[in-house]
Design a protein around this ligand. Structure first.
Ligand code: SAM
Length: 278
């Protein structure tokens, strides 16, 4: 193994499965992730899950004029990371759970300026983290994340298939979604049981009420084996009569399932549901 590619960690460090700790070591791959994120010297970057700081190092190598904020849940890495980056002026670490840090705190770290998200996400909560980012209202320019390959396939799936789901629809409304590369499991230490891939989302400004659409989409896919009507009744507390009325208005068959709807039909559906409430 190339010496440059060895993971540097405190001697007493133990990998914690519960935090999804599968670290990267290959410098070329780490640089490629930063390149996929199209990070520039004056960008601001939020990293989620610093780990041993391998990706953080490559982000900081490019971001020389902007600011890097890296959130890490594992306090046992605190001293190690603070020491490792003691001479890097533009990085700030936040130790805690990304899902529990108030969005205002993240906003304040960047002085209200827009930022890019770059992360090798912990598998066990990657979908909740993506939903959190989208629903946060934070000024995010792009999201470039390492995810389980299966999840990337689901996110980039076309309507109609079994992979197509709530995340697919919501992310396609939020921005331009592309898989930039596959990453085999051998690239991680310890090696996980699954392969990975990198997803890039270029966020496009939209006037759509993403948060309320996301609520409708999530409810529609909550029970995949049930019809759309039954999901609307269970998840959004519509009466059967209201659910039928909405579907008829959109010229949709009453026994249709959520996976048959494309993103524009979900936008129309959520608009009709909102009209019911007004
Ligand atoms: N960036 C490093 C790398 O590429 O080698 C580590 C990536 S590892 C897949 C995920 C990291 O996220 C771990 O360091 C883990 O402790 C951290 N983590 C897990 N859950 C987290 C959470 N809720 N908030 C912040 N960090 C978290």
């Amino acid at each position: 193994m190339n010496k440059e590619n060895k993971i540097n960690l405190p001697n007493e460090f133990k990998f914690k499965k519960k935090f999804g700790q599968n670290f990267l070591k290959d410098t070329n791959l780490l640089r490629a992730i930063v390149a996929d994120a199209k990070v520039q010297d004056n960008d601001n970057v939020l990293e989620i899950g610093a780990g041993a700081g391998a990706l953080t190092t490559q982000i900081c190598a490019v971001v020389t004029k902007g600011k890097v904020v890296s959130v890490e849940i594992d306090y046992t890495l605190r001293e190690f990371l603070l020491t490792k980056f003691a001479n890097t002026a533009n990085i700030e670490f936040v130790f805690g759970d990304i899902l529990r840090i108030p969005t205002e705190e993240i906003m304040a770290k960047f002085g209200g300026k827009p930022f890019k998200v770059v992360a090798n996400l912990p598998y066990y909560i990657s979908s909740p983290i993506i939903f959190y980012l989208i629903e946060s209202g934070l000024p995010i320019q792009s999201i470039t994340v390492m995810l389980q390959k299966e999840l990337v396939d689901r996110i980039t799936a076309m309507p109609g298939g079994k992979d197509y789901g709530a995340l697919t629809v919501i992310l396609s409304l939020y921005g331009r979604v592309t898989k930039t590369r596959d990453v085999p499991r051998q690239m991680f230490t310890p090696m996980p049981n699954v392969d990975s891939a990198i997803l890039n989302i270029e966020i496009q400004p939209t006037s759509l009420p993403i948060i309320s659409i996301a609520k409708v989409v999530k409810a529609c896919f909550a029970m995949r084996r049930k019809t759309l009507v039954n999901n609307l009744i269970e998840g959004l507390k519509l009466s059967r009569e209201e659910a039928y009325r909405v579907l008829t208005k959109l010229n949709l068959p009453l026994d249709i399932r959520a996976e048959k709807l494309d993103k524009n039909q979900f936008v129309a559906l959520s608009q009709e549901i909102e009209n019911l409430q007004n």
